[in-house]
Ligand binder design. Structure first.
Ligand code: ATP
Ligand code: MG
Length: 141
């Protein structure tokens, strides 16, 4: 059984990563753990507590949508053993941490994500995960 940690952010590249993961083994041979890391607002000095709470709500809702979307997509492409992990923290630190804690054989992720810089070869999360991870990282275009 190949145990994969698939990092998802709702981007086209991360959907491609799900397709690539499904091709790594026959149905039932791959166990897919989907992780999304929710980042808290970095600056909130000028927000009221109510506004701050509202941003948190939106961010949790977004996380649920990203993970539900990933699970639905995964089942469509034949991944049957799936689990969703909703994490809060810093993606490039917490994706490698979860991979180790959950004994994943490999991390699967997109080369780029939702970031605006279209010309970028490799997004900053992808770069830092490769740097921080102690397991192989499959980067999918
Ligand atoms: P940048 O974030 O540097 O502006 P980007 O958004 O284009 O660039 P990355 O963030 O590195 O690129 O995204 C690469 C891959 O990392 C995505 O396809 C996805 O697999 C994963 N990823 C990015 N953000 C998250 C996150 N918050 N939680 C889980 N996985 C993520
Ligand atoms: Mg990004």
């Amino acid at each position: 059984m190949l145990r994969l940690l698939i990092a998802v952010d709702g981007s086209e590249h991360s959907r491609n990563a799900i397709d690539a993961a499904a091709r790594l083994g026959r149905e039932g041979e791959v166990e897919a753990l989907f992780v999304h890391v929710r980042e808290g607002p970095t600056y909130h000095g000028d927000l009221t507590p109510r506004e701050y709470e509202r941003i948190g709500e939106q961010s949790r809702l977004h996380q649920t949508q990203v993970l539900d979307g990933a699970l639905a997509h995964a089942r469509q492409v034949g991944l049957v053993r799936v689990e969703a992990l909703a994490e809060e923290g810093t993606p490039d630190v917490d994706i490698p941490r979860v991979a180790t804690q959950r004994s994943a054989d490999m991390i699967v992720m997109g080369t780029r994500g939702l970031g605006a810089v279209g010309a970028l070869l490799l997004g900053s999360t992808a770069q830092r995960v490769v740097h921080n991870a102690s397991v192989p990282v499959l980067l999918v275009k």
